[in-house]
Each structure stands twice: as structure tokens, then as C-alpha cells.
Ligand binder design. Structure first.
Ligand SMILES: Nc1nc2c(ncn2[C@@H]2O[C@H](COP(=O)(O)OP(=O)(O)OP(=O)(O)O)[C@@H](O)[C@H]2O)c(=O)[nH]1
Length: 516
């Protein structure tokens, strides 16, 4: 009879997952049975002789326990595979694959795969066990790399793990192609398993000590797997009692390891979620702070703008005010200048033109008269006996008389271009451009009469004035000068004085009129 996992179930004497050989014995019969054992790897051969009901009871119990184990594995596998699908976090993907490979390995180890899933036949049964086991190390290494973030740790840890992954990948490939027995001495997988397991534990402990939050549960899970595997190995070596517990301790350890690793992943999800929430809160707080700062900046800018606008308005207002002040000052200055100019041209007592202004005007009028060859008349008026008047009635009254004569002079010089000026003392001069001799003589006579008609009151007395007038009126010849003109008028005046005063004398002839 032949039995074993490498045989199809149909070729086995009994369709059992473990090698079972039926023995039909009569009561009290003695038989000698020989068992030839051949294995491609380590094999436990716990021999037992039991009747059919006991075998079925035992098998049922084993199947329930192992099925529970597979069920738990399957649930965790699906759970982690779905987590990977939704999160795309490679830790979940590698862990799900790790569970899948562990499932293959344990299916082969327990004999469930070849028996119930039809995964029998020497090639497949052996590969499920060997390649499933080595791929477990590959995926455990990848899981370790991502779950404990060895990339971030860098250095020797990362490279040792890479080396372990490389070794187990190569072994998996070779085991797919070559028989296990041929590679056994070359690859020494038992020793390398021990090295990898110890490396995993050391890595977990090291990172736990460094404060990696995921390392704690990982280390616990890994340590439990090692302890359970150790218990199984010690039981097999005869150092511990070989019973159902020690025999299946590795499976138990794996179940606890898977559970702890799942919890570790769940804890990581929770931690990462908390970190995400914290990060979101931080981001929110940061965004709020930014918004607040921006608002404050905006407010400050608006305030600065308002202040600037206010300052500008104030400045403009001040500039406007200052411009108005300047305009007014300019106007005042101009009027002051005008007033000054007027004052500089005006005799303060009589408010007629003064001598200086008269000199300027007569020069211009003389030029114009020469250019246009029009007549220019000049009247020199001197109040008679003014000294006596001053002496008799006082100087202030003399001033009043001068002002009264000035009023008359203004009345007699109304045409455009006419100019009445105080020539000095009690002497006045009247410039009449464009006035012919006859008209000038007539005007001089009327003026004389008007002066003579003045009746000024002083101390209850009526004071009368008279004036002598020298007149010249002619179209000036081209060489004529102002001095010459004045001299001629003055000479006529002198003659009027000499002739008895209160009269008009034309420079060109004898006096035109004399008092009666
Ligand atoms: N009140 C007053 N008297 C003045 C002013 N200017 C000159 N006089 C006086 O006028 C007088 C002029 O006298 P005179 O030059 O001798 O001439 P007059 O007495 O008028 O004699 P005749 O001209 O010859 O008729 C002087 O006594 C001056 O003091 C003035 O602004 N106000």
C-alpha cells in the first residue's frame, strides 16, 4: 500500500489527508507491519493504531480545528486584500499575499490541499510546500520593508532586508525549476529560515526601541511565531512532550501572528487616520491663520490706504489753501505794487501825478506827437502870492488851497491822454496831447477863471485865489526836447507873473486875457 501527499487521493488506500493504512485484523490476531517512509523534507511520523470510529473522530476534530484556522486566515486575507484595493497601501497587499502563501504552505503542510482541493501530484504538492514556504519569506520581507518603513530608516537594515528578499526570491525560483533535494545542501533553507526569522525579530526590536510605533505589535507577532515554531521543533526533537498542542503549536503561532499583524495594520490605519485628521486640523488651523493674517494685512493695507488718502486729501487741502493764500498774497502784493507804483507816481498832498511820473509821460507824449505830427499843449500853473497866503492863514490852509486847485485841474484834464501834475510847491502843470493852441488857450482861461472863482472859507473869512498860467501849444519840431518845451511854458508863466499875475500867457504871443 502506498500513501502520502505526493499521491493523488484516488491512489491512496484511504482518502485521508495523512498516510493511513487499513489493517483488517481478526480478534487476537498478530501481524507484523512494515512501514517504509520516504520524504523530500523533514517529516513527522507519529504512528498510531486506531479503530475506524476513533480515526474518524480524530480526523473530524483535526479538520474542524484546521478549518477554523483556514477560515480565519481566509477572512484576514480577504480583509487585507480589500484594504489594499481601497487604500493602495502596499503593506496590505504584501500582507494579503503573505497570507496567501502561508495558506498554500499550511494547506500542503496539513495535507488539506492535496486531499480536498485536488492539489495533489508530486510536483504541485512539493512546490506548494517548498515554494509556498520560501515565498512566505519573500513577502514577509516586503511587508517588513513597507510596514516598518525601512526605506526611511535607510542604512544597513534596508540592505540586509533586501538581501534576505533577494535570497528567498532566488530560492523560490530555483525550487520551481529544480528538485528540492538537489538544492537542499546548496541553499541550506533551514539555516536561512532561522537567520531571516532572527533578523525580522531583531529589526522589530531595534525599531521598537527607536520609537517606531508599528514595531511593537510586529515584534510581538514575530516573537510568538518564533516561540511557537521553537516549541514545535523542541517537541519534534524530544525535548518537549509531543502532543496535539506542541505538534500544532506552529499553526497556532501562525494564527496568533496573523491576528496580531492584522491588528497591527488596523492600528496603523487608526494611527494614520488620526495623523490625517491631525494634519487636516493643522492644515485648517494653518489656513485659518493664513486667512486671518491675510485679513489683518488687508486691513492694515486698507488702513494705510485710508491714512494715505486722508493725508493726500489733507495735503491737497493744504496745497489748495496755500495756493489760495498765495493767490491772495499775490493779489495783495500786486495791489501793493500797483499802489506803490501809484504812490510812486502820485503827489501825496494833491493826489495828482508827481513830477517824476510827469517827466516820463511828457517824454512819451512828445515822441508820439513828433511821430504823428499832432499838437501838444503844456500849461504851467502857479498860484499867485501863495507865500502871503501861507503866512496869513497858515500852512495847513495853504495845503487845502493846493488840494482845491488840484481838484479843478483834474476836472480840466478829463480826456484820454490828459495829465495833471504837481510840478513843485504851489506850481502845477497840465499836459494836453492833441490839443491845438486855440483850444489850449480856451481851456487855460477857463481854468484860470475857475481858480479865481474858488471861494475858500478860513476862520470865517472867504479867501480867494488866483493863478498865473504859461501856455505852449504846437506841433513839436523833430529836434524839440522836453526841457525846451517846459522852458518855453515856464517863460510864458514868468511873463504872466510879470504882467500882473492872474492871467494866461501863450508862449507864442502876448497874454490872451487879462483880469478886468
Ligand atoms: N502850504 C504850502 N505851501 C507851500 C507848499 N509848497 C510851497 N509852498 C509855499 O509856497 C510859497 C511860494 O512862494 P513864492 O515862490 O515866493 O511865490 P509867491 O509868494 O506865490 O509869489 P508869486 O509866485 O510871485 O506870486 C512858499 O512860501 C512856499 O513855502 C506846500 O506844499 N504847502
Amino acid at each position: 500500500m502506498h500513501a502520502g501527499t505526493t499521491l493523488p487521493a484516488s491512489s491512496r488506500p484511504l482518502a485521508q489527508r495523512l498516510p493511513v493504512f487499513p489493517l483488517a485484523l481478526a480478534p487476537g490476531e498478530r501481524v507484523t507491519a512494515y512501514l517504509h517512509v520516504q520524504s523530500f523534507g523533514p517529516l513527522i511520523v507519529p504512528m498510531a493504531l486506531m479503530d475506524a470510529p476513533s480515526l474518524h473522530r480524530q480526523e473530524l476534530l483535526d479538520s474542524i480545528l484546521i478549518s477554523l484556522f483556514f477560515g480565519a486566515m481566509l477572512v484576514m486575507l480577504l480583509y487585507n486584500a480589500s484594504l489594499w484595493l481601497f487604500t493602495r497601501d502596499r503593506s496590505y497587499g504584501y500582507y494579503a499575499l503573505y497570507l496567501l502563501m502561508s495558506l498554500c504552505y499550511t494547506l500542503a503542510l496539513t495535507g488539506f490541499g492535496p486531499l480536498y482541493l485536488g492539489l495533489d501530484g508530486p510536483w504541485l504538492a512539493i512546490r506548494m510546500y517548498t515554494v509556498g514556504g520560501t515565498l512566505c519569506f519573500v513577502l514577509a520581507g516586503l511587508y517588513l520593508h513597507h510596514f516598518l518603513e525601512l526605506q526611511r530608516q535607510g542604512g544597513w537594515l534596508k540592505w540586509l532586508n533586501h538581501a534576505s528578499i533577494g535570497y528567498w526570491s532566488l530560492t523560490s525560483l530555483l525550487l520551481l525549476l529544480a528538485p528540492y533535494s538537489a538544492l537542499l545542501h546548496l541553499l541550506n533553507p533551514q539555516l536561512m529560515s532561522l537567520v531571516s526569522i532572527v533578523f525580522g525579530l531583531a529589526t522589530g526590536l531595534y525599531l521598537w526601541a527607536k520609537g517606531n510605533p508599528s514595531a511593537k505589535l510586529f515584534t510581538l507577532a514575530w516573537a510568538l511565531l518564533i516561540l511557537s515554531s521553537l516549541a514545535c521543533m523542541l517537541a519534534l526533537a524530544g525535548h518537549l512532550p509531543l502532543n496535539d498542542l506542541t505538534l500544532n503549536s506552529q499553526l497556532l503561532g501562525m494564527a496568533v501572528e496573523f491576528t496580531l499583524l492584522s491588528i497591527a495594520l488596523a492600528e496603523r490605519i487608526n494611527r494614520e487616520r488620526a495623523q490625517r485628521i491631525q494634519a487636516q486640523q493643522d492644515t485648517l488651523a494653518y489656513a485659518e491663520r493664513l486667512a486671518r493674517e491675510r485679513e489683518e494685512k488687508l486691513h492694515a493695507q486698507q488702513q494705510a490706504l485710508r491714512i494715505q488718502r486722508q493725508t493726500n486729501e489733507e495735503l491737497e487741502q493744504r496745497v489748495r489753501q496755500r495756493t489760495q493764500d498765495l493767490e491772495q498774497a499775490k493779489l495783495r502784493l500786486e495791489s501793493a505794487i500797483t499802489e506803490l507804483a501809484r504812490l510812486s507816481q502820485t503827489d501825496p498832498l494833491t493826489e495828482l501825478c508827481n513830477r517824476r511820473h510827469f517827466d516820463e509821460c511828457i517824454r512819451q507824449e512828445l515822441c508820439r506827437a513828433k511821430r504823428s505830427q499832432t499838437p501838444l499843449a503844456l500849461l504851467m500853473i502857479d498860484i499867485d502870492h501863495f507865500k502871503a497866503l501861507n503866512d496869513n492863514h497858515g500852512h495847513p490852509f495853504g495845503d487845502e488851497c493846493l488840494r482845491a486847485v488840484a481838484v479843478l485841474l483834474r476836472q480840466f484834464s478829463q480826456r484820454a491822454g490828459d495829465l495833471a501834475a504837481r510840478f513843485g510847491g504851489e506850481e502845477f502843470i497840465l499836459l494836453l496831447p492833441g490839443t491845438h493852441r486855440t483850444a489850449a488857450g480856451l481851456l487855460a482861461e477857463n481854468l484860470r477863471q475857475a481858480i479865481a472863482a474858488l471861494a475858500l472859507q478860513h476862520d470865517g473869512q472867504t479867501v480867494r485865489l488866483s493863478a498865473s498860467i504859461g501856455l505852449i501849444a504846437e506841433v513839436p519840431h523833430l529836434d524839440a526836447g522836453v526841457d525846451e518845451l517846459i522852458k518855453l511854458a515856464d517863460a510864458a508863466l514868468y511873463r504872466a507873473k510879470r504882467a500882473g499875475r492872474n492871467r494866461v500867457v501863450d508862449a507864442a504871443e502876448e497874454p490872451v486875457d487879462s483880469p478886468a
